[in-house]
Design a protein around this ligand. Structure first.
Ligand code: 5AD
Length: 367
């Protein structure tokens, strides 16, 4: 009997997965085993959330950032970035275009700012989006660590989901990739404030960081389960030339197909672990291979976040090297994506807000 047969029998029995089994999943290398893993995760996805892809229109509202994360291209000390804050009218017109294109939800993402002018501005924008859409459009925020008070204000103004990646759940690795003063404990406390404020809560990690072990990734997966997150957005780590982490690790990572496969294995493991979560097939997968996002969907993901920005901003919101479709506007990006999704036998859930089913099962359990 093949080594992996016993593992697959456990995975196929839908028994709760142990750390050792997750570790064995992430260590799979044989192409037939990987194929079997992705098929199984796809089957679990189909059974729990259907063969539907939920689109979130991504608006990158600004690249001004108060933080100095050692891996990120828009870190505060990178002087090579032209900073922008997208004017309110431009944000609103992208959101209008998303609604016209029948998107069920949008994501406002940007560098971390907590100054009062920014907090007020986001609140105003959220109220205006709700007014224009009659509350029918799902709005996700991805704006970094915020106070409980700010989170409540934005929640009351109409945001229903919030994404804050923990980046890694290893305190040592977290300390290595962030400047002094940023701690994993603070990050997790910020995520807890999001959950406590009543948001559908999303998190994630970077995969394939220098110094990251498979054990670290298993701990990340167990954290997602134990924190009871509703949404997961993970992606391969991609070096950005102007960052200290890249400069300290020249030539890393050596192999992009391996990075991509590890990303896909993490998606599959998440789907097996939290069958009713919303799991994103992220842009970083697309940066590694032209069909990276479709491969993510076939490994268990059910959400894609097409970028709505005008190319003039896209270029400046550069978290890592290799961001795809920099010169394309919304229409070009969308038509090829929709065709690719049809090619793999899935369809876009046009117009549906696409709340994570896990949110409702979590709320029902806590009653
Ligand atoms: N490679 C991959 N992902 C990155 N992010 C930031 N920098 C990089 C990078 N170099 C991710 C972080 C952050 C999200 C918005 O972008 O996980 O939370």
């Amino acid at each position: 009997m093949k080594n992996s047969e016993a593992l697959f029998q456990r995975l196929e029995s839908s028994a709760p997965l142990t750390g050792a089994e997750l570790s064995a999943v992430l260590a799979l290398e044989d192409p037939c085993d990987l194929d079997r893993l992705f098929r199984l995760a796809y089957e679990v996805k189909t059974r729990n959330v259907g063969r539907l892809v939920h689109f979130r229109g991504l608006v990158e509202v600004g690249n001004v950032c108060a933080k100095d994360c050692l891996y990120c291209g828009i870190r505060k000390s990178n002087c090579n970035v032209r900073r922008y804050s997208m004017p309110r009218e431009e944000i609103l017109s992208l959101v209008d275009a998303a609604r016209k294109a029948r998107f069920g939800s949008v994501v406002l993402q940007g560098g971390e700012r907590s100054d009062p002018a920014f907090v007020d501005e986001i609140e105003t924008i959220l109220r205006e989006i709700r007014r224009r859409s009659d509350g029918a459009l799902g709005v996700t925020l991805s704006l970094g660590e915020q106070s409980g008070d700010t989170l409540l204000r934005w929640r009351e103004a109409g945001a229903t989901r919030y994404l804050l990646r923990v980046e890694t759940t290893s305190p040592e690795l977290y300390a290595k990739i962030h400047p002094a003063g940023m701690t994993l404990a603070d990050r997790i406390a910020a995520l807890k404030r999001i959950q406590d404020a009543g948001y559908q809560t999303g998190t994630g990690v970077m995969i394939g960081l220098p110094g990251q072990t498979l054990r670290n990734l298993v701990d990340d997966l167990l954290f997602f389960r134990d924190f009871d997150v509703d949404m997961i957005g993970m992606g391969p780590y991609l070096p950005h030339p102007d960052t200290p982490l890249t400069q300290a690790n020249p030539g890393f990572p050596p192999d992009s197909e391996r990075q991509l496969l590890l990303g896909l294995k993490m998606i599959a493991a998440c789907r097996l672990l939290i069958p009713d979560a919303n799991i994103a097939s992220t842009t970083a997968l697309h940066a590694l291979a032209p069909d990276g996002r479709e491969r993510g969907l076939l490994a268990g993901a059910n959400v894609v976040m097409p970028n709505l920005d005008d190319p003039k901003y896209k270029r400046e919101y550069n978290l890592y090297a290799g961001k795809p479709n920099l010169d394309d506007g919304m229409e070009e990006c969308l038509s090829s994506l929709v065709a690719r999704i049809a090619d793999i036998g899935e369809s876009v859930a046009w117009g549906a807000p696409g709340d994570p089913l896990h949110f409702y099962s979590r709320i029902a359990r806590s009653r």
